[in-house]
Design a protein around this ligand. Sequence first.
Ligand code: ATP
Length: 234
Amino acid sequence: MSASLEVKDLQAGYGAMQVLWGIDMQVQPGQTVLLLGANSAGKTTLLRTLIGLLACRGGSIVFDGERIDGLRPDQRIRRGIAFMSELGVFPTLSIDENIALGGYFLAPARVRQRREQLFELFPDLAKKRRDAASTLSGGQRKMLGIAKVLVAEPRLLLMDEPSSGLAPVFVKQVIDVLRTTITGGTSLLIAEQNVAFLALADRGYLLDHGKVRASGTRAELEASDAVRETYFGL
Ligand code: ATP
């Protein structure tokens, strides 16, 4: 069952450099929320702080009503949060092995069952299941990255730049796959530079130099001067 996320006044950074300067944001159960921002805006830093790979230096993160900012990444994963990094997969491992890793905290029988369900959704992957992920095309690797995080049926999925490195035709494929595979059971937070992902979003936030510059519904963001300035220099 999908779950909510509530972030208040979040601060994070690397060494002496502060990157996030008091982020407030929310994801309601079952919603898809887009985190837009140009290069270096702080999107990856925010996702890494939410999953616990980077320490939260101030503020709070509440998942499904529970404060989680003091928990280790594995404790957050066990509560139902999944993180898809920009790379998404382990290139030297096979497709089967990548999917098995995504289900690390599940019972082996459940992983096998979920894997077969996912292969029905991603037939191209099923055909190459014993091959290394490095043999896949860029678009297929993204599909594997998505399958790898979906195997655990996350309640909240954090996705970092699913469009990175992809030609426009594959970006459209990724958007279509996300539209059909993410069901109401998963809340989704996607960090992206590509405004095309607004098509999937219920709501969104525009991040700029580690601060939220604009937020609102998809329609509000599409009409937002801040988004236009950031993306089109108007
Ligand atoms: P991109 O699309 O380029 O990944 P982003 O919005 O995800 O952009 P971040 O990767 O979060 O941005 O980077 C925010 C700032 O933090 C940048 O100034 C970046 O140089 C810096 N930064 C990122 N990772 C590190 C790190 N491991 N050590 C030090 N500084 C870092």
